[in-house]
Design a protein around this ligand. Structure first.
Ligand code: NAI
Ligand code: MG
Length: 366
């Protein structure tokens, strides 16, 4: 049977960028004889408009069954006044929670043609390709006790960092599995020098490594030193695995090593399913961009690269993912730019559809 993919375009530019991914999927089906069972459904404001809920139960059930979910973006001004319980974001949060997607993958990848876009020196970022794996479902954002309490005559704000062994072990496994499909190197970041959860983190990652992944190279770094190294010489890393809080900061910083929001893909992975593949949700990092929605200005590359991640991490089609990424690289090298990528004057931007067509043409030529 064909691998199955559920597409949830969502709101704003979501459907616009997803239409370009559809062209790519079509290309793989007709030109490479790799057909996917694609189904499409509503999420976010679009689902609310039709069903009064940002994620219908049937859609949730479908998401649990497929090999991978690809989501565009949710939200927009039209839905801002809605009750919190039916806000578009709740659709996305429900997907992440019920699929138990505990490993958030944020690549920082720099295409040579865009190296000038970075605020760092060109040789520091050109050819960069690293992956940050952030624990997504535990840690200080969820630990109890939490709250603001009164202590004497002052208020005290409290959050608790709490990690169980099994929570650390499963995200470590995700990182080691990924490393085997990439550069075979993992750097684990915590602050074991000042945090108990960091001591446990380092111990458990080391244990999982010794017992199950001795073939992967493992190193440890304090997260603050890691932040420094990410800016100094990011190419020393392949896969970085870290907790929810440090991962939030490090992945945002790493993302900006490489340029525009319109270029950044992501994935969230859960436990392996019966077929051995992890539960997976792929999505661009950007939102629904209401300021440019409906104008053909959106950059579809973040969503296209999210599909490339699905090829690599859900469908074991690493060579095809390479092919797609090379096509994107080629299009950029040819000087094609959507409006968000315009630096130089005198360059006319291409539309969302033209960018998608250019990637398909580059695939054809590959
Ligand atoms: P945003 O990411 O939608 O837009 C930020 C800026 O980047 C805007 O100027 C936008 O035009 C530009 N931009 C974003 N993606 C682009 C692309 N592919 N091509 C070209 N330019 C692009 O973030 P913002 O404005 O904070 O949020 C807008 C809406 O999206 C809100 O309703 C927010 O809640 C939602 N949102 C949804 C997310 C998701 O679905 N995962 C993530 C972030 C925000
Ligand atoms: Mg963040």
């Amino acid at each position: 049977t064909n691998p199955s993919l559920l597409i949830l375009p969502g709101d704003g530019i979501g459907p616009e960028v997803m239409a370009e991914v559809r062209k790519i999927i079509e290309w793989f089906g007709t030109k490479r004889n790799m057909a996917f069972d694609v189904s499409e459904d509503l999420v976010g404001g679009a689902a609310y408009d039709k069903h009064g809920t940002p994620l219908h139960d049937d859609t949730m059930a479908k998401a649990q069954e497929v090999d991978a979910v690809l989501l565009g973006a949710v939200g927009g001004p039209k839905y801002e006044a809605l009750d919190f319980s039916v806000k578009p974001e709740r659709g996305l949060l429900r997907l992440r929670k019920e699929m138990d997607l505990f490993a958030n993958l944020r690549p920082a990848q720099c295409f040579d043609a865009l190296a000038d876009f970075s605020s760092l020196k060109k040789d520091v970022v050109a050819g960069l390709d690293i992956m940050i794996v952030r624990e997504l479902t535990s840690g200080i954002y969820f630990g109890e006790p939490r709250g603001i309490i009164k202590e004497g005559n002052e208020r005290v704000g409290i959050n608790t960092q709490r990690y169980t062994e099994s929570e650390i072990a499963r995200v470590a496994r995700s990182a080691f599995e990924l490393a085997r499909k990439r550069g075979n190197k993992v750097c684990s970041m915590e602050k074991a020098n000042v945090m108990e959860s960091g001591v446990l983190w380092r111990d458990v990652v080391t244990e999982v490594h010794q017992a199950e992944y001795p073939d992967v190279e493992l190193s440890h770094m304090y997260a603050d030193a890691g932040a420094m190294q990410l800016c100094r010489w990011p190419k020393q890393f392949d896969v970085i695995v870290t907790d929810n809080l440090f991962g939030d900061l490090l992945s945002d910083a790493a993302a900006m090593l490489t340029g525009s929001l319109g270029m950044l893909p992501s994935a969230s992975l859960g436990a392996p399913m019966a077929n051995g593949r992890p539960k997976a949700l792929y999505e661009p990092v950007h939102g629904s961009a209401p300021d440019i929605a409906g104008q053909g200005k959106a950059n579809p590359i973040a969503c296209i690269l999210s599909f490339a991640m699905a090829l690599r991490y859900s469908f074991d089609l690493g060579a095809e993912a390479d092919r797609l990424e090379a096509a994107v690289e080629q299009v950029l090298a040819d000087g094609k730019r959507t409006a968000d990528l315009l630096g130089e004057e005198g360059v006319t931007p291409v539309s969302t559809g033209e960018m998608g067509d250019a990637v398909v043409a580059a695939l054809d030529a590959s």
